[in-house]
Design a binder for this molecule. Structure first.
Ligand code: AP5
Length: 191
C-alpha cells in the first residue's frame, strides 16, 4: 500500500495534481474540501455546520474532519493506497491521522509540499472564483484562508519534516512540469 499527503496553501494546485496522480498511481483521492462541499450541497447537518466556517475561510473543527477521513478509509478496504489532499490541516489532524493509520497498520510514505508564492496563489484563486461558483473564492475570504494556512496549517510541514517525510516541490510552472516533478519524487520512494 502506498499513501501520500499532498500539502500546500490554498490554490497551490493540490486538486489539479491529485487528478493526475490518482490516475497514474491508482490511488484513492481523499479531499476533505471536496467531501465538505458535497455535504454542503446535500444540506446535511454536517454540511450546514461546516458551511459557516468555510464561507469565512476558517478551518472546520478537527473532530469533524477526522471522523470523515476515518469513514472514507473504511469505505476502501482493498485500496492500493490513498492520496490525502487538504488533510491534515492542523498538527492535531496529523497526529490523529498517524494514530488512525497505525491502528490500521498502514504508513504515510511521503508528504509532497507544493511551494507557490502568495501573489500567484491569490491570482489563481481570484480567476477561479470568476468561473467556479465557489463561495470562498473572493478576495476577502482568500486572504482569510491564507492567514489560517500560516497560523494553523504550515506547522504541519514542520511535523512531517521532523519525521523525515516532507519533500518540497516547486508548484509554479506548467501543470505537466509540476506533475513530472511530483512523479519523480513518488518514483524514488516507491523504488
Ligand atoms: P479546500 O477545498 O481544501 O481548499 P484549499 O486548500 O483552499 O485549496 P483549493 O482547493 O482552493 O486549492 P488547491 O490547492 O486544490 O488548488 P487547485 O488545484 O484547485 O478547502 C476549502 C475549505 O474547506 C477550507 O477553507 C476549510 O474551511 C474546509 N476544509 C477543507 N479541508 C479541511 C481540513 N482538513 N480541516 C479543516 N477544514 C477543512 O488550483 C487552484 C486554481 O489554480 C485552479 O483554478 C487551477 O486550475 C489553477 N492552477 C492549478 N495549477 C496551476 C498551475 N500550475 N498554473 C496555473 N494555474 C494553476
Amino acid at each position: 500500500m502506498f499513501n501520500l499527503v499532498l500539502f500546500g496553501p490554498p490554490g497551490s494546485g493540490k486538486g489539479t495534481q491529485s487528478t493526475n496522480i490518482i490516475e497514474k498511481y491508482n490511488l484513492i483521492h481523499v479531499s476533505t474540501g471536496d467531501i465538505l462541499r458535497q455535504e454542503v450541497a446535500n444540506e446535511t447537518p454536517l454540511g450546514i455546520e461546516a458551511k459557516k466556517f468555510m464561507d469565512q475561510g476558517m478551518l472546520v473543527p478537527d473532530e469533524v474532519v477526522i471522523g470523515m477521513i476515518s469513514a472514507k478509509i473504511d469505505e476502501h478496504q482493498n485500496a492500493e493506497g490513498f492520496i490525502f489532499d487538504g488533510f491534515p490541516r492542523t498538527v492535531a489532524q496529523a497526529q490523529a491521522l498517524d494514530n488512525l493509520l497505525e491502528f490500521k497498520n498502514i504508513p504515510i510514505n511521503i508528504v509532497l509540499s507544493l511551494v507557490v508564492s502568495e501573489q500567484e496563489l491569490k491570482s489563481r484563486l481570484i480567476s477561479r472564483g470568476e468561473s467556479s461558483g465557489r463561495s470562498d473564492d473572493n478576495e476577502a475570504v482568500i486572504m482569510k484562508r491564507i492567514t489560517e494556512y500560516h497560523a494553523k496549517t504550515s506547522p504541519v510541514a514542520d511535523y512531517y519534516k521532523q519525521l523525515d517525510k516532507l519533500v518540497e516541490v516547486k508548484g509554479e510552472g506548467s501543470v505537466n512540469e509540476i506533475f513530472a516533478a511530483l512523479s519523480n519524487e513518488i518514483n524514488q520512494v516507491q523504488e
